[in-house]
Write a new protein. Structure first.
Length: 226
């Protein structure tokens, strides 16, 4: 496996990160499907999809460790090795957050959540897909930036993707705040377990966009240090 990553690094320092990102995006895509199944009360389908999210997170971890083991000082990097490793760390955390959401779905599958809250949770799930895809585009675009010799046009495309990730992250933060407000406004109507489930789901879904934002911030640092 290490030799495979060495070949990829020989082509570009970001090809392995792009491969890892593809798995991360897939984990969030499958999570969205699991949330749709949860919304429709399709428990068996939800459990199957949550299990798939778990396997994808494990695959992302395996790739992450292989990249770390390969990325030695012998590999030439046009950007900071520390920035690349930090980027990889945050990108991998997106899959971790998706796995955490899947765990909440499995553990609390019998909870009867108000429809108004369900709609907000599903919307955050869709936005999480969007932010993960933008993150994938951002690391792919960084590869284009390097290949172009840091051409200004390609750099500006990169910054636009970074801004899009930051905007989506902000919108998810706003929705998460609305969910928290709803829970506290209706504390007399919700059981402790229901409130815990809703807040836990919201926190983990928000972590997807938070880590995506942290990842693109490392891309910003790579561009600044290049």
């Amino acid at each position: 496996m290490v030799s495979v990553w060495l070949k990829l690094f020989a082509k570009s320092p970001f090809k392995p990160l792009i491969k890892h990102s593809q798995i991360v995006v897939k984990s969030v895509e499958v999570l969205e499907q699991a949330m749709e199944a949860w919304n429709k009360g399709q428990v068996q389908e939800m459990e199957k999809l949550c299990s798939e999210v778990d396997e994808l997170e494990k695959e992302a971890d395996r790739i992450k460790e292989s990249i770390r083991n390969t990325l030695t000082s012998k590999v030439f990097m046009p950007v900071s090795r520390a920035d690349v490793l930090l980027y990889l760390y945050f990108q991998d955390k997106v899959a971790d957050a998706a796995q955490d959401v899947a765990k909440w779905l499995i553990v609390c599958k019998g909870r009867d959540v108000p429809d108004a809250l369900k709609d907000k949770v599903i919307k955050i799930g869709k936005e999480s897909i969007a932010v993960a895809k933008r993150l994938h585009e951002a690391i792919s675009q960084l590869d284009m930036v390097i290949e172009s010799g840091f051409r200004e046009e390609e750099i500006q495309k990169e910054y636009e993707l970074i801004r899009e990730v930051e905007e989506i992250e902000h919108s998810i933060d706003v929705m998460s705040g609305e969910i928290m407000q709803f829970v506290f406004d209706n504390e007399d109507k919700l059981s402790y377990g229901d409130a815990l489930f809703i807040l836990g789901m919201s926190r983990c879904l928000t972590a997807i966009s938070d880590k995506a934002k942290d990842a693109v911030e490392r891309i910003r640092q790579m561009l600044a240090h290049s």
